[in-house]
Design a protein around this ligand. Sequence first.
Ligand SMILES: C[C@@H]1CCN(C(=O)N2CC[C@@H](S(=O)(=O)c3ccccc3)C2)C[C@@H]1N(C)c1ncnc2[nH]ccc12
Length: 304
Amino acid sequence: PVCRSYSHPQHDQTLFEERYLRYISPLGKGNFGSVELCRYDPLGDNTGELVAVKKLQSNKQSNLEDFQKEVNTLHVLHCDYIVKYKGVCYSMGRLSMSLVMEYLPYGSLIGYLEKNKDNINTRRMLLFASQICKGMEYLQSLRYVHRDLAARNILVASETLVKIADFGLTKVIPHNKDYYRVTQPGESPIFWYAPESITESRFSQKSDVWSFGVVLHEIFSYCDIKYNPKRLYMQEIGHNVLGTSISVHLANLLKGNWRLPQPSNCPPKVYPLMRQCWAHDFDERPYFSDLGNQIETMIQDERE
Ligand SMILES: C[C@@H]1CCN(C(=O)N2CC[C@@H](S(=O)(=O)c3ccccc3)C2)C[C@@H]1N(C)c1ncnc2[nH]ccc12
């Protein structure tokens, strides 16, 4: 099986009491809220465990429902390559809720690759890529579409393990379809989006594969801010575009077959892998299982 999901006879510690949740520092911010480092310390002697708490910004009813869906999503995911869900914390009398997850001290892939670029070799980057593939394969086996696959949402658990870390935009594909259409796209990460997601708000396993190609580009650019996807696309589109929206320019650029350039010291066989993920026609894009196999083979070749 892709993920050894064993059932722990763990106490179902899914309810964290707000009064024992001690705020320590911020871990990250986004459009809808933030993730904070906290210590859950019921004994009050600082022996409690460190946890990552994801808070919703506005307690608008709709966000609360989406958040509840995210909690339900994470609750069923048991995979070595997906961040572990620990439980929820209700506050203000169930008016607002927070999501409690495992805390991984290495933080996101962005900071980690930038900081350690000198001692991370191709094999390790390919190992990380294959783990993201496995996590995505598992997610898709449950008919989930992530919709926000990006290096900023990948967590580093150890020097040899990464985990997919954010399911704020994840949707379940209905059984009678193979895609999900979003009605109210909020602030969208369009520079990680497949063409059909930009123009038709259509999301599927194959649009996640497109985003995976962009994550590969980020990894082999060491998440260097100078070469991040948004900056590279905006350079090509031109910064002073007026009138028509950026997404129209981006969709035309992709229709005209322009793609993110090969990162400077990217191994020759990795860029074609990104290009496979960026096929304009989603039926031509590989499955995560195909990608995983190709990457495993590259890891073997790197060993020799
Ligand atoms: C990389 C992680 C996910 C991304 N992130 C983040 O801050 N956000 C993800 C969603 C956005 S949000 O605030 O927009 C959001 C808020 C509510 C609903 C939906 C979205 C914030 C930082 C995290 N981070 C550094 C962590 N570091 C160490 N251990 C961890 N355990 C779990 C996360 C985590």
